[in-house]
Design a protein around this ligand. Structure first.
Ligand SMILES: [Zn+2]
Length: 477
């Protein structure tokens, strides 16, 4: 039977863990900090993958796969990269019972090994641009972990591209950021802020890092995807060079881009409520659950026949399942599918069969106001319409929450209050000291310098010096 879900108001962190357990998204593995993706959680990830993969392919990327093991010396070749990743590395020193001549790193990210291969594949400007994506697992030895958000091993895509000029690499970093934004908004129904990472928050080895930051249901930020202009840092470290049209040898310009299983955590935290998950229809493994309601044997066969008919009408366009289990009551099933976040429920009872209709119930609007009868004729159209309304409403609801918890403090004290509630947009002079002070005083970090800036200039919220840009400060996962 279903266990209890802590209310979000009572303890948001516990609510998150309860939902993951009760909806059977993931379970803890025997190794601390690792999780098992259970089928329902993995199915959400598969839908995220499909939506992101389709966009990368439309953008000219092809998929490939690079090895899990990276020679230790590779990680050391780029100065910032090694210092950024060293504390989190998992290193293999023994293989086949023998001490290895050179230790192997379990990839924390693949810039180095891909750079090594690209150096061999790229000779001339005719080989550029090169765009490759891979879906894989990576390992980062994190101290504090939380399912989907921060685990020792996680799944992601990492795209790596190479260009002849700085301008093309910079444009790519921004275009892929737009790609991620489009996915977040259109498929995950999550509003995001596009921004640039500060020097202290950028990717280890990047020239410039871009991010999309989303607000979770407790007002905290989640970095949801990143896109990096790596400049020539990795091409110099790995000798990725090409002969340009004038027969001159040049170092190439590279980029990398990643979105991970954190996105599953974002979907849970942005949309869920005290009953459990609420999945945006585009990512839901089951979009419509059909629940038959009957009392007598005679009713049973008529109702089940109508359910089968509904299923035939909706498939294959709609991901639909019929819950015909006899050992559970309809009320129990309603609760279970609500907990699992299925966007739309179809109820069919004897009276509905007689009247050639079904009852639709929206997950995002529990109770009578989210329930209405629809004729069997034209049901497919009505379901499509309901799902797209739910998809749009989830985005609008998340956007309203994001706006309600976004503040524009003018004093340092106001900043402290603002980050206790949500996001704080504040003028920042750009100094790492001011950024560090906010972190030390409030535990909020500089999430990004938004690409869309207000007009004018201001004074740094910390030191009062002139500031040309606003930054978003927030506590983050
Ligand atoms: Zn300052």
């Amino acid at each position: 039977m279903m266990g209890r879900i802590t209310s979000r108001h009572e303890d948001y962190s516990q609510w998150y863990l309860d939902v993951i357990r009760e909806a059977e998204l993931a379970d803890y593995a025997p190794v601390r900090g690792c999780i098992v993706f259970r089928p329902y959680g993995y199915a959400i990830w598969e839908n995220i993958q499909a939506a992101v993969d389709r966009r990368f392919k439309a953008h000219g990327y092809r998929n490939a796969y690079f090895p899990l093991f990276i020679p230790y010396s590779f990680i050391q070749k780029e100065r910032e990269h090694v210092s950024g990743f060293s504390p989190e590395l998992a290193v293999v020193t023994i293989g086949g019972g023998e001490t290895l001549e050179e230790p192997l790193v379990v990839r924390p990210t693949s810039e180095t090994i891909i750079g090594y291969m690209y150096a061999q594949w790229i000779q001339s400007y005719r080989d550029l641009p090169l765009r490759i994506n891979q879906w894989c697992n990576v390992v980062r030895w994190e101290k504090r972990t939380r399912p989907f958000l921060r685990t020792l091993e996680f799944l992601w895509q990492e795209a790596h591209s190479v260009f002849a000029t700085y301008e093309e690499a910079e444009e790519e970093a921004r275009r892929v950021l737009d790609l991620y934004t489009d996915f977040a908004v259109e498929d995950a129904a999550i509003p995001v802020i596009q921004g640039r990472k500060s020097e202290s928050e950028k990717f280890a080895g990047a020239l410039r890092s871009y991010t999309i930051e989303a607000m979770m249901g407790d007002g905290r930020a989640l970095q949801s995807a990143t896109s990096h202009n790596l400049g020539q840092n990795f091409s110099r470290a790995f000798e990725i060079r090409f002969l340009d049209a004038g027969n001159q040898m040049q170092y190439a310009w590279t980029t990398s881009h990643g979105l991970s299983t954190r996105m599953v955590g974002a979907v849970i935290m942005v949309h869920g409520d005290d009953r459990g998950l609420i999945l945006p229809p585009r990512l839901a493994p089951v979009q419509v659950i059909v629940v038959p309601i009957w009392k007598s044997e005679e009713e049973r066969s008529r109702v089940l026949e109508a359910c089968a008919q509904v299923r035939r009408m909706l498939e294959p366009e709609i991901r639909v399942e019929v819950d015909a289990r006899e050992e559970y009551t309809p009320g129990w099933k309603f609760n279970e599918w609500e907990l699992r976040g299925v966007p739309l429920r179809i109820e069919i009872g004897p009276r509905d069969v007689a009247e050639r209709q079904v009852v639709l119930a929206r997950r995002d609007q529990p109770g009578p106001q989210g329930k209405w009868a629809v004729p069997m004729e034209g049901l497919l159209g009505a379901v499509h319409e309901a799902l797209s309304t739910i998809q749009a409403d989830l985005y609008q609801r998340a956007l309203a929450f994001h706006k309600a918890h976004t503040h524009y403090p003018e004093t340092y004290n106001q900043l402290r209050e603002a980050v206790a509630d949500g996001f704080a947009w504040a003028w920042w002079c750009g100094s790492p000291e001011c950024e560090a002070r906010v972190k030390a005083d409030t535990t909020a970090t500089n999430r990004c310098i938004p690409l869309e800036q207000p007009d004018g200039r201001g004074r740094c919220i910390v030191c009062g010096e002139p500031a040309a840009e606003m930054a978003v400060f927030a506590r983050a996962y």
